[in-house]
Design a protein around this ligand. Structure first.
Ligand SMILES: [Zn+2]
Length: 297
């Protein structure tokens, strides 16, 4: 028997998903099926037996205490923001049950199912007909769907219902999307937007990255709060269809700098990609702060 007791009644955690034209996926591309509990599997291989690979999943109960397997979820929304995952896709509460393990990223669970979804503005196509078609993929899960109104995810941030279980499409959510698009259409001219720090970009097959710095033609961006890349600005295109910046490639992993910033008198030190100097402004948790000192690592 397992030392860790199974959690029979589900409880709530918070996570992010990749959501694209192919449907809903974990950040590692594992597909989530509507109306079916997500069951985590283990793909670690321990060795050979009779000439075939023996997967650890055959010998341990997922998630295993000494493995990295399981369905990952943050403790709550603030935790998901803190670990850098809240901007990586759509997000929402998730029910966990079966076997559970605590880890630095929150929980690793055996079974999970979405409780509700929140869609950030850069995850919806521009055309309303396309919005309705795409959202059908999420409606198939039969849980509430909300719109995140601000670009940056925040606990207590404004959200509007888009589709409610047992009720259907919400006039409020649809109205908001129409307003947003009408404004865009009625601009006298629509110049292509300029890529800047704080912008979110969609990296094909990888998820959403956040621009930390634009230095001439070099764009520095970050994924999962810790991985830093640089890429030429020419590699980014503004997709009118999807209404967001997109790129096919991550570019290069960048040099790291240990930077110190002062936030409301509190000194914080963290590692970030790119070449920075004291006095530069940097985005931290969606706010612009000034760097006080830099140490190259
Ligand atoms: Zn495992």
């Amino acid at each position: 028997m397992d030392r860790v007791p199974d959690y029979i009644s589900p409880f709530t955690a918070y996570r992010a998903w990749q959501w694209d034209s192919e449907g809903l996926k974990s950040m590692n591309h594992a597909a989530w099926t509507p109306k079916v509990a997500f069951e985590a599997t283990c793909d670690k291989v321990v060795g050979f037996a009779g000439g075939v690979n023996v997967a650890l999943a055959d010998v341990h109960h997922v998630p295993d205490e000494d493995c990295t397997c399981g369905m990952y979820a943050g403790i709550d929304f603030q935790h998901l923001i803190n670990i850098g995952y809240a901007s990586q896709g759509i997000h929402g509460e998730v029910l966990l049950w079966g076997k559970l393990e605590r880890c630095s990223l929150g929980w690793r669970a055996q079974y999970a199912y979405p409780k509700f979804f929140v869609i950030p503005p850069d995850h919806l196509p521009f055309q309303m007909i396309e919005v309705q078609r795409r959202v059908q993929q999420l409606i198939a899960y039969d849980v509430d769907i909300y719109l995140q109104i601000d670009r940056t995810p925040a606990v207590g941030g404004m959200r509007l219902p888009l589709w409610m279980k047992g009720y259907g499409w919400s006039q409020q959510g649809i109205g908001h999307l129409l307003e947003e698009r009408k404004e865009w259409y009625t601009r006298p001219t629509v110049p292509p937007p300029v890529l800047k720090a704080g912008d979110r970009i969609s990296v094909r097959d990888k998820g959403i990255a956040v621009v930390t710095q634009v230095d001439g033609s070099v764009v520095h961006f970050q994924m999962f709060g810790t991985f830093n890349y640089r890429q030429d600005v020419k590699e980014f295109v503004w997709s009118k269809q999807n209404w967001r910046w997109e790129t096919d490639t991550l570019g290069w992993v960048t040099s790291q700098s240990a930077v110190t910033v002062a936030v409301k008198g509190d000194v914080q030190r963290f590692t970030v990609g790119g070449d920075w100097k004291p006095g530069d402004k940097i985005m931290l948790d969606g706010k612009e702060v000034t760097i006080t000192s830099v140490k190259r690592t």
